[in-house]
Design a protein around this ligand. Structure first.
Ligand code: NAI
Length: 655
């Protein structure tokens, strides 16, 4: 076959894959759900057993790839099947998907024609990881050096890159993603080495459909940004690509999404960043941003083209500026499987923190209905969070009116009541309206709080159980306010969410001092744990990473065409489910990031169960079948077996 005409080789390969896939599908479908969901039930082609390797340290779980009808890695579970266009020899080493560096066995070197092209000694993937990790952590290596090293590794050996990321996720997530990726995005045009992902620019309008076909593989998850609000760094135009790439790396590491089926995208509609427009090396289109209808037409064309090419893919919107983020989500939420991490992910994480706090207090998630919230800040962050907390209260049985009555919203003019004249155009105004109109304004003769009452007065009179800050005002939670929280509550829940640290409403030290270390504390930026009078107070920090990988995986596996509020709530409830009793006792309300894969299994499974409950399941009802037969345990097994795990599989030619 090697010498046969290309077209013939290709069709033979397709036929082999097709048959192997069909066999595997039939095999899996014939099994009871519990068996089929197990990693042992992978089916498909097994490689000849000539790949004896020196024993490896630690038992790595066997990667089974996607199974059932979800996707198409059946034939490649236990082997890496080489693409027919790849030749034996040096091409194998130059391809990051197949390259293993010093990790080829002798038999494999012979088979792939690379004997002598790599050093003679064999090193396992664990040994390779150790070596790179040591190099990367030599004294004096900066975060940016580590980011570059990881990029270079991804460009030469993808499996090793993901393995390193999985093994050291706690240390590497801040390199691959925020904050270091922000620094990388600032210089992305200059750092550009190899293409990764797709750019859809204002100059390509009308061609998006055709362009999608330039991407050869199947796609499960797309992260798309227009680069208009990259982290806290503002408009970085096409250089926002770094964010899409980094986020998808976290999807792979955190939830085992197949790296061959992710697509980072940028909608390059121009930039209003004058420094970039003046930069001779800026790689985006050199024009000011499109606005109004022209802008939305680009987004619409992109979504339509995705739907045409990969109708089941999840589209995650990332770092769109606030004025566009909500309208885009509203426009497409019922149109395509999509999710906005900045809006929905953030709200889910805060809600997860509240559920975690309920657990730490020995309460159930439903006890959220008994909490009283004072929310400081009525911008898009504060209102997005308040709205979602409200949805959760309704989910747990309150009427919308009862739930609104549990909120006191305070902005820079003080308490917001029905007497407030709202500026319709202000970000978050639409969401603020129901909170405002449901709080009657008092006067000097009534017991109700008056319009514009200052925060301290609101806290004194409302006696909240939860104090939440999204105001950007450093020190807004004064000692007086924090002390009041400690007086009203055995364990007050204090959440200064504003970023960065310099804008946080209070520090962990202030919260601990004012409450004698009794507070359940969670912030948007990192703070130190505290000890006051021998009492330990844990400084929790919310992180969207808890949410999006599992949410994405669950929604694709269940085949939903929509991510509902119920599914988001299920994700939030599942996050603290990974905490053990000791952690809860210490006041920890979020689990450790190093357990992200276990967290993602819980999140994905809960999301799938909720989707089934809401009748959103696709793909022939397999998930409800598993649920019926094996319950949540079966679903969790199924999710785990669907996760990609980076390991070296024997590489074979399929013909
Ligand atoms: P924004 O500027 O749109 O809104 C700020 C709000 O705070 C306004 O309603 C303003 O009236 C209010 N405010 C100002 N001074 C105040 C005062 N003295 N007392 C009470 N309220 C006051 O900002 P946006 O986009 O809503 O973000 C707010 C903060 O939330 C930012 O620091 C952002 O970093 C943070 N954030 C945190 C997240 C997290 O999960 N930790 C997620 C998203 C945003």
């Amino acid at each position: 076959f090697r010498d046969a005409p290309f077209v013939m080789r290709r069709s033979a390969v397709d036929l082999t894959r097709h048959l192997a896939r069909r066999r595997a599908t039939e095999f899996l479908d014939a099994l009871p759900a519990s068996r089929a969901a197990s990693p042992l039930a992978s089916g498909g082609v097994r490689c000849a057993s000539d790949d004896a390797k020196p024993p490896e340290r630690g038992a790595a779980p066997l990667s089974t790839g996607w199974n059932r009808k979800h996707s198409c890695r059946f034939a490649e579970h236990d082997v890496q099947v080489m693409h027919p266009d790849t030749n034996r020899g040096i091409e194998v080493l130059l391809n990051p998907i197949y390259n293993k560096g010093t990790g080829f066995s002798i038999a494999e070197k012979e088979r792939l024609g690379v004997r002598g092209l790599t050093p003679p000694r064999y090193f396992s993937i664990e040994q390779q990881c150790d070596k790179i990790w040591e190099n990367m952590n030599e004294p004096g290596k900066t975060a940016m050096f580590k980011w570059r090293s990881m990029q270079a590794l991804q460009d030469r050996n993808e499996t090793l890159f993901y393995r390193l990321l999985v093994e050291h996720i706690e240390e590497l997530a801040p390199i691959i993603y925020t904050p270091t990726v922000g620094e990388a995005c600032l210089q992305y045009s200059r750092l550009f080495r190899r293409p990764r992902g797709m750019y859809f620019s204002a100059d390509d309008v009308g061609h998006f459909n055709a362009m999608m076909y330039n991407w050869k593989s199947d796609v499960n998850v797309i992260v798309v940004t227009d680069g208009s609000r990259v982290l806290g760094l503002g408009d970085l135009g096409a250089q926002g690509m770094g964010i899409s790439v980094g986020k998808l790396d976290l999807y792979v590491a955190g939830a085992g999404i197949d790296p061959g089926k992710v697509l980072p995208c940028v909608l390059d509609v121009g930039t209003d960043n004058d420094a970039l427009l003046a930069d001779p090396y800026y790689f985006g289109v050199n024009r000011k941003r499109l606005r109004g209808d022209a802008y939305y037409a680009v987004v619409d064309e992109f979504i339509q083209a995705v739907k045409n090419r990969w109708p089941n893919a999840l589209v995650q919107f990332e770092d769109f500026q606030t004025t566009h983020a909500m309208p885009i989500l509203r426009r497409h939420r019922n149109n395509v499987l999509c999710f906005n991490d900045d809006i929905q992910g953030t709200a889910v994480v805060v809600l997860a923190g509240v559920y975690g706090a309920m657990a730490a207090l020995g309460k159930s998630p439903g006890d959220i209905t008994k909490q009283t919230f004072v929310v400081c800040g009525a911008g898009s962050a504060g209102m997005g969070i308040a709205n979602f907390l409200h949805t959760a209260m309704v989910h747990h049985g309150l009427t919308p009116e009862q739930a609104y009555a549990r909120f006191f919203v305070v902005d820079k003019h003080g308490l917001v009541t029905s007497a407030r004249e709202l500026d319709d155009d202000a970000p978050g105004a639409e969401d603020l309206l129901p909170f405002a109109s449901s709080r009657a304004a008092g006067d000097e003769n009534s017991s109700a709080l008056r319009e514009g009452a200052p925060l301290a007065e609101v806290v004194r009179r409302a006696k909240p159980t939860v104090l939440l800050g999204a105001s950007t005002v450093k020190g807004l939670f004064t000692d007086e306010i924090l002390t009041l929280m400690g007086e009203f509550n055995e364990r007050p829940i204090i959440m200064p969410l504003s970023n960065p640290t310099s804008r946080a409403e209070c520090t962990s030290a202030a919260a601990a001092a004012a409450t004698g270390g009794r507070a359940i504390f969670s912030s948007g930026s990192p703070f130190e744990n505290q000890k006051v009078d021998g009492r330990y107070m844990h400084a929790n920090q919310g992180n969207n990473f808890y949410v999006f990988p599992g949410l994405g995986l669950g929604s694709i596996l269940v085949g939903s065409d929509h991510i509902s509020d119920g599914m988001l709530n299920a994700a939030a409830e599942a996050i603290p489910a990974s905490l053990d009793a000791d952690a809860l006792k210490r006041g920890e309300i979020y689990p450790r990031i190093k357990n992200i894969r276990d967290i993602s299994v819980k999140v994905a499974s809960a999301v799938m169960r909720q989707a089934v409950k809401e009748g959103r399941e696709g793909r022939g009802g397999k998930i409800s079948e598993i649920l019926k037969l094996d319950g949540m345990e079966g679903i969790e097994r199924y999710v785990r077996s669907s996760m990609y795990y980076p390991e070296y599989r024997p590489t074979v030619f399929a013909f």
